[in-house]
Design a protein. Structure first.
Lengths: 767, 140
């Protein structure tokens, strides 16, 4: 199982080596990866459906309760099948779609990494590893969305997607850690077992908020939805994969996964129902105002995601069934429509729906795919979408506040039908214009995947029974514990649900026939842009950037003296407050040992040297007297029997003087720049800081010394490390790792100096 | 500062100081000393040579830029940490030959670690000093 999850990363890493062959015809071979994984998960399907516990444990950091625990239950199974199944078609499709692209191998590498991350995400039982995979999907989708990195719009929208989903990731991480702390375990299964504790905990509201923030950003819920239409800058296979079946559904998956832990609580249900409900209506209305095919699909995707979140929030058995079915319905028809759009875009170069018509004459198999997908998406009887829509109405009608919920679902479904028809049917009907006469059918690998997906949407509609026990039932079990009475039917009898379906159909189709998408509507909605969430949130982000600019320039202005001032001032104020608050520290002068002649003389020399340093008007004198201070300190080390320190200090001081002398030549002639006021200020600061440090040093003497550590070193230096010089034994043995890191730091310092002075990256900028 | 006395003296002082630095390095395990101080003393010996004979002559004498000592030293230290793992011991566990070698004394993984430190310190110190002085000379 670990291999199955990580295989995408392994394959991506191995793509570095073959090079050229994989950029051409060989690229199609990579389809074997998702296909193999799809077969693997299918082979596990009977076991999962039989309720067998498929749990795979791989320790990672067991001491902190962080492991790679993979748990394949009904919910993860559906997502695994979608990820690998649709993934297979996408890989197949992309190898033609991007044929001849210089970075085709890189693209497929990103894609397989993304697939692996998604698999890890839906299989993780441990919330920490779940979070790691969650972030990996954000990062890999960043590369996929920004794949056309020579276009600025593409780079911008990938940054936006990363910023939004990554920002949500922070919230999610906080939420998951809190959950782990409350439950005492990072395992979702154990959290489910102790969910009463979670729901009654004082932090429940906070957890709920954080988890929802993470899921809503990922699943493009209002007000974070705007990254998704932007992400349409990606190549179409990416849009199809990320936005129909995988990335954006990760948020829905998370909500569904955590429903047994956090659900069945008013906070949870209301948040999901209001956000999801609002998003589905808002985005469905928005899709009316778009003319770009991918834009229409993007908004209808947001709307469908809103529907899924909404159903999760409703929280009844019917709602979970509807959600499970709708995940499948949506993945099938939306991926198909995206791929159809991709073919149209690839062959005609146009995505503007007002200019496309009559393409069925030249792209017949694609047209069939588009029409079938639109029918399933619209919920026409005998398609899988019909069953999904029925279930949705049943769920809303049996929930509390049925009138409002059903009305919202009805409106959304009508508009989704309209959007699906515009994207899937409109380009193929009507008269074929002159410009498209010489459009020809792309290779099989490009029209077969959408056709397969669309046909699957119809076949499953005719035989829904094949799904209810092995797939849909286990999902509902995973979300609420049991799945009694879950059966999918084509025909539910004459009832109110059927009436609603009929209303949806008539209204949607009528609307489609009467209204044509126009650019005028797109312009109208564009004028409302100033109050859109995108503008508000990016505005806020810009505000943060401006603030951090200001803040950085305040502290990092490039003057060493200013840095030193800030550091010293900060410490002085902090320590000063502490002493003022706690009163005078107790220092007993009487306990000091007597000052010997040597000590007195050396201290006198130090003081004298400092005075000379301050008062001299020659730099060389200043440096020489500073080094006198250094050597005097070495002498003090010798007096107090620290020969190692003294030796090191002595050599370091020598080198410092050499260094100073080297730089000295470069400095301009000595001038007095500081005014008296500045000097007084510096003096006050220096004296205050010095006094504080002295007080601290004296206070430390008052503390009882814990000699346990030094005694341990002294006693064991020879026994354990065969050395008699304790200082050196500590450096190279007991604390050898510290030394290792220190010499690494030294190296970094050397590299820093070398590159600052030697590397002239842009000579034009330097003078 | 190209006085004849210093020049002549530095010619003899350089090997002497280098020997002394190795001596400091080796005695570190039993008496004050060690790789860090040893490295600094060795660096000073080259700096002294550079003062007396000019930097370019010291560079000629060294043949290679001192910065290559940094990866050598870092690698040696790291390797000495890994060696115990070959014997099934944890990372950086001290391993020693049972009998002391003449002149050098006890030989063990910690000694090689210290030699690595010695090289890194020479490399870093000389790289920084040479870089600064070369840049200042060039811009004059």
């Amino acid at each position: 199982m670990l291999l199955a999850v990580l295989s995408g990363f392994l394959v991506a890493a191995s793509l570095l080596f073959p090079g050229r062959p994989l950029k051409g015809k060989g690229a199609v071979l990579l389809t074997l990866l998702p296909a193999g994984l799809f077969i693997y998960f299918c082979s596990l399907l009977p076991q999962a459906a039989a309720g067998e516990r498929l749990f795979f444990h791989y320790p990672w950091v067991p001491a902190m309760g962080v492991n790679f625990d993979f748990w394949l239950d009904g919910l993860s199974m559906v997502f695994c099948l979608l990820i690998t199944g649709i993934g297979t078609l996408i890989f197949f499709y992309a190898s033609s779609y991007l044929k001849g692209h210089p970075y085709l191998d890189r693209f497929l590498g990103y894609l397989s990494m993304f697939m692996s991350a998604m698999l890890g995400l839906v299989l993780s039982d441990n919330v920490i590893s779940l979070f790691v995979f969650w972030e990996l999907t954000s990062i890999t989708s960043f590369f996929l969305i920004g794949f056309n990195n020579d276009s600025e719009a593409s780079r911008k929208s990938s940054m936006l997607a990363l910023a939004i989903t990554g920002g949500g990731g922070f919230f999610l991480m906080a939420g998951l850690v809190l959950m782990g702390t409350v439950a005492g375990s990072y395992s979702v299964q154990e959290m489910i077992a102790g969910n009463a504790l979670m729901k009654n905990h004082a932090l429940y509201g906070v957890i709920c908020f954080l988890v929802c923030a993470g899921a809503f950003t990922k699943s493009a819920q209002f007000p974070f939805h705007f990254w998704l239409p932007g992400a349409m800058k990606a190549p179409t296979p990416v849009s199809a994969y990320l936005h129909s079946a995988t990335m954006v559904k990760a948020g829905v998956y998370l909500l569904a996964r955590l429903t047994p832990v956090l659900g069945n609580h008013p906070y949870w249900s209301l948040t999901l129902m209001i956000t999801g409900g609002f998003t589905m209506v808002y985005a469905a209305v928005h899709s009316l105002f778009r003319t770009d095919l991918k834009s229409i699909l993007a908004y209808s995707t947001i709307s469908a995601l809103g529907m899924l979140v909404f159903l999760t929030g409703v929280g009844t058995g019917e709602a979970f069934t509807a959600m499970a079915v709708f995940v499948l319905v949506h993945a099938l028809y939306k991926a198909s429509l995206f791929l159809v759009t991709g073919v149209i875009d690839h062959e005609t170069g146009i995505r503007d729906v007002t200019r496309l018509s009559g393409l069925q004459k030249v792209l017949l198999p694609v047209a069939v795919a588009g029409v079938l997908a639109a029918l399933s998406g619209g919920g026409i009887p005998l398609t899988f979408g019909f069953i999904g829509k029925d279930l949705i109405y049943e769920a809303t009608m049996r929930a509390g506040n049925a009138g409002l919920l059903t009305a919202a679902a009805l409106l959304t479904n009508i508009l989704l039908l309209y959007a699906g028809f515009v994207a899937g049917i409109k380009p193929f009907t009507g008269r074929l214009s002159e410009a498209f006469q010489d459009v020809h059918l792309p290779p099989l690998s490009m029209w077969l995947p959408p056709l397969l997906l669309a046909v699957a949407g119809v076949v499953l509609g005719l035989f829904p029974g094949v799904l209810d026990v092995p797939v849909v039932g286990p999902v509902v079990t995973a979300m609420q514990g049991t799945a009694e009475g879950i059966h999918l039917h084509i025909w539910h009898g004459f009832n109110f649900t059927l009436l609603l379906s009929a209303v949806t159909l008539v209204a949607g189709v009528g609307f489609y026939l009467l209204r044509k998408p126009t650019h005028k509507a797109e312009l109208t909605i564009g004028r409302l842009g100033f109050i859109s969430p995108q503008r508000l949130i990016t505005g806020a982000a810009r505000g943060v950037i401006r603030f951090s600019d200001w803040f950085t320039i305040l502290f990092q202005n490039g003057y060493l003296r200013v840095y030193l001032q800030y550091i010293v001032l900060f410490l002085t104020v902090l320590l000063g407050i502490r002493y003022l608050g706690e009163g005078r520290p107790e220092i007993s002068v009487s306990q000091f040992s007597e000052i010997t002649v040597y000590e007195g003389v050396v201290s006198g020399v130090i003081l004298l040297a400092i005075l000379v340093t301050i008062l001299t008007s020659s730099r060389l004198t200043a440096i020489a007297s500073l080094s006198v201070v250094g050597y005097c300190i070495c002498l003090l080390f010798v007096f107090y029997s620290a020969p190692d320190l003294a030796m090191t200090q002595f050599t370091i001081d020598t080198l410092t003087v050499v260094l100073f002398v080297l730089v000295l030549f470069k400095l301009p002639a000595f001038t007095k720049i500081s005014t008296t006021a500045v000097k007084v200020r510096d003096m006050v600061m220096a004296v205050a800081f010095g006094t504080l440090i002295t007080i601290i040093a004296l206070e430390v003497l008052e503390e009882p010394v814990n000699k346990e550590i030094s005694r341990y070193y002294a006693e064991n230096a020879y026994v354990l490390a065969k050395g008699k010089n304790v200082v050196n034994v500590i450096l190279v043995d007991f604390r050898g790792l510290d030394t290792m890191v220190e010499i690494t730091v030294l190296t970094i310092a050397a590299i820093g100096v070398f590159s600052l002075l030697k590397l002239k990256i842009n000579p034009a900028e330097k003078e | 500062m190209k006085t004849i006395i210093l020049k002549t003296a530095s010619r003899y002082l350089l090997p002497l100081l280098l020997l002394f630095s190795v001596f400091i390095l080796l005695r570190g395990h039993y008496l004050p000393g060690g790789g860090f101080v040893g490295g600094l003393v060795a660096a000073i010996s080259f700096v002294l040579h550079a003062f007396a004979n000019g930097l370019s002559n010291t560079r000629l004498l060294l043949k290679y830029h001192p910065r290559i000592l940094i990866p050598i030293g870092l690698g040696l230290s790291l390797l000495s940490g890994f060696v115990p793992m070959l014997f099934g011991e944890p990372f950086m566990k001290g391993l020693w030959f049972p009998e002391p070698l003449p002149v050098i004394g006890m030989v063990g993984s910690a000694l090689f670690f210290d030699i690595g430190v010695y090289f890194v310190v020479i490399g870093v110190t000389l790289t920084i000093l040479f870089t600064i002085s070369e840049t200042t000379q060039l811009e004059e």
